[in-house]
Write a protein that binds this ligand. Structure first.
Ligand code: FAD
Length: 334
């Protein structure tokens, strides 16, 4: 049994608390638990009640055993079948639904990641309930808070659906302890649904840098970098000097300066690092939607009227081609 949770639960009637049960969908890749998917467990802890984890793929028993140590989980259900390795929603959704029905869960939480965004609407549609997307806070067992219009308005949604199919914003629910729990591990049901789609290939950006979604520090480049050559010349040394992940604006991604997986913003990743340092980014609302929860925002921009200065804690008005190498050198010698 896990020790007392560090995440404060909502105060409510103990009888209601006992009726709540959440299935937290965990992600894995090549037999490794994706730590950012533990935000689903943190959100479930906030809600209270019983929490089970769910993981599927080839040889996932070891992943399930790793997840069993996550604080807050009582049980981890796993389905060992290579057909679920790529998280294709066409066969993963029926799989999840069978296991939701078997466990009689009141809530199902997954991260608002590419996987969760792909899977959960299909699960909700097949169960004839409304999907609740990208929540940033939980106000009660049926009431959730989520940003809309790229974070310019905050919506409070109340749902009478059962179960509630929810994706959670990772940056709003910090992952709890990956150690200290002792959940049981149990095999789930596998409906072996046919999959009309086929996984052909993937082209993944390999990097030794910290993961963008969970990094403590992020350095981000925008259209002001002018070219891929300049992006590659200036951003990696700055990232190395700070042990930071690299991000980019959509304009930089669309112009081919940076890989699509590095995009920060409304249609990219949400990040909330201790430090977000950006250069040559104007601060469009769609970009701010993905980074404005960062603890410290620093920017370099030659236009002192750029909107990024309105959200920045520290701003430097200047030419990035001069200032970025200067800053990198200073950080290296610090
Ligand atoms: P720009 O707006 O062109 O800004 C470049 C900045 O660089 C300027 O402020 C300029 O002063 C500065 N600069 C130029 N040269 C230098 C120099 N030498 N030294 C210093 N500074 C310099 N955008 C995202 O980023 N992420 C998203 O997820 C996203 N999703 C979107 C979704 C939708 C539906 C839509 C409509 C748009 C979305 N956008 C997104 C695009 C967004 O509106 C902006 O177009 C984009 O963020 C602009 O990127 P940028 O700041 O790099 O470029």
């Amino acid at each position: 049994q896990a020790g007392p949770s560090p995440i404060p639960r909502l105060s409510r009637n103990a009888a209601i608390q006992r009726l709540l049960s959440t299935l937290a969908v965990l992600e894995q890749r090549e037999g490794k638990l994706n730590m950012s998917s533990l935000a689903a467990v943190s959100a479930a802890q906030k809600l209270g009640g019983t929490i089970h984890g769910f993981v599927a793929g080839s040889n996932v028993k070891a992943v399930a055993e790793e997840a069993a140590k996550v604080e807050g989980l009582e049980k981890v259900i796993y389905v060992d079948n290579g057909a679920y390795d790529k998280g294709l929603p066409e066969n993963y959704a029926p799989l999840l639904i069978e296991n939701i029905k078997k466990g009689g869960y009141t809530h199902v939480f997954a991260g608002h990641s590419a996987f969760g965004k792909n899977l959960m609407p299909r699960v909700a549609a097949l169960m004839d309930v409304q999907q609740i997307s990208d929540i940033t806070a939980i106000e009660g067992e049926d009431t959730f808070v989520r940003p809309i219009y790229a974070g310019n308005a905050i919506l409070t949604v109340q749902s009478s659906d059962n179960p509630k199919i929810v994706t959670v914003r990772g940056t709003a629910f910090a992952s709890g302890a990956a150690e200290g729990g002792s959940a049981s591990v149990e095999e789930g049901v596998d409906p072996k649904a046919e999959c009309p789609t086929e996984w052909v290939s993937e082209d993944l950006q390999k990097s030794d840098r910290p993961d963008l979604a969970t990094a403590e520090r992020v350095v981000s480049g925008g259209r002001g970098l002018k070219s891929k050559e300049e992006f590659d010349r200036l951003m990696p040394p700055l990232a190395d000097a700070l042990n930071a992940a690299i991000g980019a604006s959509r304009a930089a991604v669309d112009s081919g300066f940076a890989d699509n997986s590095l995009q920060v913003g409304q249609t990219g990743k949400n990040v909330a690092p201790q430090l977000y340092l950006c250069a040559g980014i104007s601060g469009a609302i769609q970009h701010l939607a993905g980074m404005k929860d960062s603890k410290v925002i620093a920017c370099i921009n030659k236009d002192g009227d750029a909107p990024i200065f309105q959200v920045a804690d520290v701003g430097l008005v200047g030419d990035l081609f001069e200032k970025v190498p200067e800053l990198t050198e200073k950080l290296k010698s610090a």
